[in-house]
Design a protein around this ligand. Structure first.
Ligand SMILES: [Zn+2]
Length: 312
């Protein structure tokens, strides 16, 4: 056994040992307003079946305002509950996906509290606590005082902030993919999938290199995804891609135990990932993040799924 492991390790040659936590935002579904509860349940079930079969830990971040659709509440809550029944974790993404950069702090804090009601109830039934909050749009404050006060508030309510180091804008692909899926346009679905996986590769190349430049090693990474049919249908392809890069899958709690996440971070401004935060705090802003494919942006605008502004 030891011998065969040693041989496996050697045959991998230069493939680094990497780890990543899978985090999925905008539950119960990014497009919940255009879906029935039954469809949300079907999407959730497909997504979680792949993750569970492959023993990949994941956490989903909830916007509870998406639960309240008259006559459809039960199915939406059942979809959320599936996460916990299948052994995954849930966190808070504020009630109505409210940016801390766009409203006064007390208003935002109220959005955090309103976002806890159903999720905390479901967690308690599974003997779990709410441990993580993900900032909508990754907006963590426009000035340092607001940022620190928000963090103190979150700490007082038992939260850790859920960071992001890898983001390939899957939400942008997701809206167009869901439209193509509705139209039965399998050619466009395939084209989007290929572009998505290819862009993800360039994003990983880029941030692996940048994080190594910053820390001298690649910290445990945190990947941002969204609850869409794109991920439900194809997260298996994404997991394959990551495995080929040497990634093993870990929980968010494990990822943020990496010392990198305790390094100085005084970033304020428009929402962005932690690797940007750390680089800017050191006075070494990152240049040259891979350009997002323009045809995908154009397609999204054309289909009115996006105004061109990020919706994560
Ligand atoms: Zn979001």
């Amino acid at each position: 056994m030891i011998c065969s492991l040693a041989i496996t390790g050697a045959s991998r040659g230069q493939t680094p040992q990497r780890t990543v936590a899978i985090t999925i935002d905008d539950l119960p579904a990014a497009s919940a307003n255009n879906m029935t509860g039954a469809e949300i349940f079907a999407m959730t079930s497909k997504l979680l079946t792949t993750l569970r079969d492959q023993k990949v830990p994941a956490i989903g971040f909830v916007n509870e305002d998406k639960l309240y659709k008259l006559g459809d509440v039960d199915d939406r809550i059942k979809a959320l509950n599936l996460w916990l029944d299948d052994g995954f974790e849930l966190g808070n993404h504020t009630f109505a996906h409210t940016s801390l950069n766009r409203v006064p702090l007390p208003v935002w804090e109220e959005e955090v509290i309103r976002g806890e009601t159903v999720t905390k109830y479901l967690l308690a039934q599974h003997k779990m606590n709410m441990r993580f909050l993900r900032y909508p749009y990754l907006d963590a404050g426009l000035d340092l005082q607001t940022r620190r006060e928000a963090e103190a508030f979150l700490t007082s309510r038992g939260y850790h902030v859920a960071p992001v180091t890898m983001d390939a804008w899957d939400w942008m692909y997701g809206g167009i993919y869901e439209d193509a899926r509705k139209q039965g346009d399998t050619a466009l679905q395939q084209k989007l999938l290929e572009s998505y996986l290819s862009y993800t590769t360039t994003i990983f190349d880029y941030f692996e290199k940048q994080s190594k430049n910053l820390f001298g090693y690649e910290p445990k990474q945190v990947l941002l995804l969204h609850a869409t049919w794109l991920e439900a249908d194809h997260i298996g392809d994404l997991l394959d891609l990551l495995r080929k890069r040497g990634y093993q899958f870990i929980s968010l709690a494990d990822a943020i135990s990496d010392p990198a996440y305790s390094s100085p971070d005084n970033y304020v401004g428009e929402g962005t990932g932690s690797i940007d935060h750390w680089a800017i705090t050191r006075g070494q802003p990152l240049m040259g993040e891979p350009a997002f494919p323009q045809w995908v942006i154009d397609k999204a605008k054309e289909l009115h799924h996006s105004t061109g502004t990020p919706s994560y």
